[in-house]
Design a protein around this ligand. Structure first.
Ligand SMILES: [Zn+2]
Length: 86
C-alpha cells in the first residue's frame, strides 16, 4: 500500500511499455494541459484511447518539482520508441 498517495518508483523489471528517450519527448512548456495529463498524445495532440502508450512520469526541467505524464498514440510512439529490437 501507499498511504502517502505518491507514485512509487516502478522496478526496472516493470518498465513502462513506451520507453522513449527524454530528448524525443517534446518540452512540456509547449504542450497543452491535456497533453501534460496524458489525455492527448504528446506529439500529435490526438485524444487518446485505450491503445495509448504510457511514456512514464517525466520531470519538467524548468520545474523539477512538478511531474507530468506524457502518453502517446501508437502511430506516434512506434518510430520514437527505444524499446524492442526494431
Ligand atoms: Zn499521436
Amino acid at each position: 500500500m501507499n498511504p502517502t498517495g505518491q507514485p512509487g518508483r516502478a522496478p526496472a523489471s516493470q518498465a513502462p511499455t513506451g520507453a522513449v528517450e527524454d530528448a524525443c519527448v517534446p518540452p512540456p512548456a509547449g504542450l497543452t494541459t491535456d497533453q501534460l495529463r496524458g489525455v492527448n498524445c504528446v506529439w500529435c495532440g490526438e485524444k487518446l484511447g485505450l491503445s495509448a502508450v504510457d511514456l512514464g512520469v517525466r520531470r519538467d526541467p524548468q520545474c523539477p518539482w512538478a511531474s507530468w505524464f506524457p502518453r502517446a498514440c501508437p502511430p506516434c510512439h512506434r518510430p520514437r520508441s527505444t524499446g524492442g529490437s526494431r
